[in-house]
Design a protein around this ligand. Structure first.
Ligand code: MOS
Length: 750
């Protein structure tokens, strides 16, 4: 079995710093040559294959499984069912941590949602396990499932998202709306969506006594380790997770969920390594999704087109057995100035798998509705939608009253508008056509995403040969962590990128925190930055106290690290190389440690968000209603840019998710059975290249001294916010029909 945790950063031309360089991915060649090992590429000796059987009903009980028929099938080794499974140290229905969701580990015969695992067949080959699972022929006692946002009485959850209040506000919303001279009332609906990374969840689990080795894609190895340790009653130190490469994640690989835990149970039960790979249709059940929302907005406006009140109410859903509530109204706390704001969430419980964090949870869903409603307000005031947004620009965060740590949203609007050619837009809907007679529409949406940081750690080493090593258990979902973090590492050690080895993707390295909330570079990057600084401090200490050094007696603050040397900042002539300093001290290496974590004081003082503006052009066939996005231009201000190439590609990815949200993605639920009717990538539509037009993403330079030492905000998710709204608003401009249901289809506009 290969284990890639270490990537030698590419050699490159001599420059002062590697931060800010648009270098290509350090893991790119491994990926395009098929050398990168994803979890399912591991084949330890003596491997068994496990296949889940999943429920075809949404609610009820499993009354019979034909285990005998399955066991009689050649190659089948064992069948895990509620009657025959390893004991667990922790009840899968116990939840005492916001990041440890309730699991379905065959604890009983209950079925709570369609696609729930009800048995696991373990066999010598994948084929035998697959056939064995089919032979189980489950029988059920079905109950009527709870389906859709009108199922049962709604309730107010204790909190939404990861620990935000369900209700919030500022000012008197009733009075604010009452004094409006114009009012917009609108209801927007978004469909359930499933993450569907290209790489489905997979695990290769191998026990050695009480030690466990796991190959599984993870966005948060330390959390995963803790979850596994708790379930199986072993020390977290005994769980080694290898997760060097992920084929996408989007939030659904943030935790160990039921299929991975079942793979570990199967290995425990059989005493052999087990591989369990989730099939595409099985991704639409136990692995999280974005819940549907129904969002009711009320906007009051005075005669100067200023908001007098903004009310944003969200109805969403969780599963019948666990809590995750899409925090969709949160964007209304941030984006527009209003003396009165009120946001609230309520929810129903449905027979679905538990919803989860998915691609800007809350911000993506909420900004679709808010940006549409703001556009409706602009139209009601007969104003240009960009001018309307500028008229209601939030100088401070409206709901908290805090100043922004930085906010270059005006520049985003200006630069993207200029690039797009917004000034040439004609105001009235249905007023623009192209040469082929297609209706042309232009729309704008505002993007926003909070600055999130977790706690992460890193180790940085300078070796006697003058080279560097940087280690942190970071996760590369495809976003470029191998590259951007290596750049920060080289910089922090004052070394060329080619003289630095970067190790990541394994739980035996320092915990890098979570690759989520768009906060991985901020978290792991600042940990690396601090670790490098710590190593340089120690090295400087050696030189300052070494009579043989040209830096003897110098002040630490006058010394900078660059090109493998410590240099006195006011005298290039006084310097000393890392190699010489360590050599004279007789040391093989010197080690620094660092932590990256949110600055509580700054967080109390400032509102911290990235911002952006997205402009969209659509063309609509006036006869057929066919909608095409033909152009997207976004400009984003998200703090310091570590690697412009990676950042641009993150913006592109986010904007493509936005196209997807506006026009493509939805799980269609059968009203009788509760099952997802399009549980495959042929019918669960995502944008293909033909759906993705010319996209441009502009990085607006932004310095932020408050958020963290590196000044990094986060770029992973902001692109999905703003884009969907811009497309919806462009469709209105093209057609005169206001879409209020997402994804927008032909039937919504004809
Ligand atoms: Mo993301 S939904 O923070 O992985």
């Amino acid at each position: 079995m290969s284990e890639i945790t270490s990537i030698q950063s590419p050699a490159r031309r001599q420059t002062q710093t590697s931060i800010g360089e648009p270098i290509t991915r350090t893991d790119g060649v491994l990926k395009v040559t098929g050398t990168a090992t994803y979890a399912a590429d591991n084949h330890p000796a003596n491997l068994l294959h496990a296949v889940m059987a999943v429920s075809t009903i949404a609610a009820g009980r499993v009354t019979h499984l034909d285990v005998d028929a399955t066991k009689a099938h050649p190659g089948v080794v064992d069948v895990m069912t509620p009657d025959h499974r390893p004991e667990l140290a922790k009840d899968p229905d116990e939840r005492d941590d916001p990041f440890m969701f309730r699991l379905d580990l065959l604890q009983n015969d209950r079925v709570r949602y369609p696609g729930q695992p009800i048995a696991v067949v373990i066999a010598e080959t994948l084929e035998a396990a697959t056939e064995g699972a089919a032979l189980l022929a489950p029988q059920y006692e079905a109950e009527t499932p709870r389906i859709g946002l009108n199922a049962g009485e709604a309730f107010v959850p204790d909190g939404v998202g990861p620990g935000e209040p369900a209700e919030a506000g500022v000012g008197d919303i009733e009075a604010g709306l009452a004094r409006a001279t114009r009012r917009i009332d609108a209801v927007y609906e978004t469909a359930p969506q499933y993450h569907n990374p290209m790489e489905p969840h997979a695990i290769v689990a191998a026990w050695n006594g009480d030690r466990l080795t796991l190959d599984t894609p993870s966005q948060a190895m330390a959390i995963a380790r803790g979850r596994v340790a708790g379930l199986f009653g072993i020390d977290a130190e005994n769980v080694h997770i290898r997760s060097p490469f992920l084929g996408g994640a989007f939030g659904c690989k943030g935790m160990i969920l039921s299929p991975q835990a079942l793979g570990i149970m199967a290995a425990r039960m059989t005493g052999r390594p087990v591989k369990l790979v989730v099939r595409r249709e099985q991704m639409f059940g136990p692995l999280g999704h974005r819940a549907p929302t129904r969002q009711t907005l009320a906007l009051g406006l005075d005669d100067e087109a200023h908001l007098t009140g903004l009310s944003h109410h969200v109805r969403t859903a969780s599963s019948v057995f666990d809590d995750f509530f899409e925090p969709a109204a949160g964007v209304s706390h941030t984006l527009y100035a209003s003396p009165a704001i009120h946001t609230a969430h309520d929810a129903v419980r449905l027979n679905t798998g538990t919803p989860l964090f998915m691609r800007a949870p809350g911000e993506a869903t909420g900004s679709l509705a808010l940006e549409s409603a703001i556009d409706e307000a602009a139209a009601a005031c007969d104003m240009d939608p960009l001018a309307f947004r500028l008229a209601n620009y939030a100088e401070v965060e409206p709901i908290s009253g805090k100043h922004f740590s930085s906010k270059r949203l005006r520049d985003c609007y200006a630069q993207a508008a200029e690039r797009f050619g917004w000034a040439k837009r004609s105001r009235a809907p249905r007023s623009m056509r192209d040469d082929n007679g297609l209706l042309v529409g232009w729309g704008v949406g505002t993007a926003t995403f909070p600055v999130v940081m977790f706690q992460g750690h890193a180790r940085a080493v300078i070796r006697a040969d003058g080279s560097g090593l940087v280690e942190t258990g970071a996760h590369d979902m495809g976003q470029g962590a191998w590259t951007a973090l290596a750049q920060i590492g080289a910089d922090s050690l004052g070394l060329e990128l080619g003289h630095t080895t970067f190790r990541a993707g394994s739980s035996d390295l320092p915990d890098a925190g979570v690759a989520g909330g768009s906060g991985h570079t901020a978290t792991a990057g600042n940990a690396i930055h601090n670790a490098g600084r710590d190593a340089i401090d120690k090295l400087a200490e050696l030189a300052i106290n070494d009579q043989a050094s040209l830096l003897f007696g110098a002040e630490r603050r006058d010394i900078v690290a660059r090109g493998g040397r410590l240099v006195l900042s006011d005298s290039e002539a006084r310097s000393d190389s890392y190699r010489d300093i360590l050599g004279r001290a007789g040391l093989a290496e010197i080690e620094g440690r660092g932590t990256g974590s949110p600055d509580q004081t700054a967080q109390e003082r400032f509102a911290m968000h990235a911002h952006g503006a997205v402009f969209a052009e659509v063309k609509v066939d006036p006869d057929l209603g066919q909608i095409r996005v033909t152009r997207l231009v976004g400009a984003f201000a998200a703090g310091r840019v570590i690697n412009p190439r990676m950042v641009e590609s993150q913006f592109f990815g986010g904007m493509i998710w936005g196209i997807s949200f506006a026009l493509h993605e939805q799980a269609t639920i059968d009203r009788r059975s509760g099952r997802v009717m399009n549980a495959d990538l042929a019918e669960y539509h995502i944008p293909v290249n033909a759906d993705v037009p010319s996209i441009e993403a502009i990085s607006v330079p932004e310095q932020d001294r408050h958020i963290n030492a590196l000044g990094v905000k986060g770029v992973g998710e902001i692109g999905i916010t703003g884009t969907g709204g811009a497309i919806a608003n462009a469709i209105w401009h093209a057609t005169g029909v206001r879409p209020r249901r997402f994804p927008i289809g032909i039937d919504d506009i004809l």
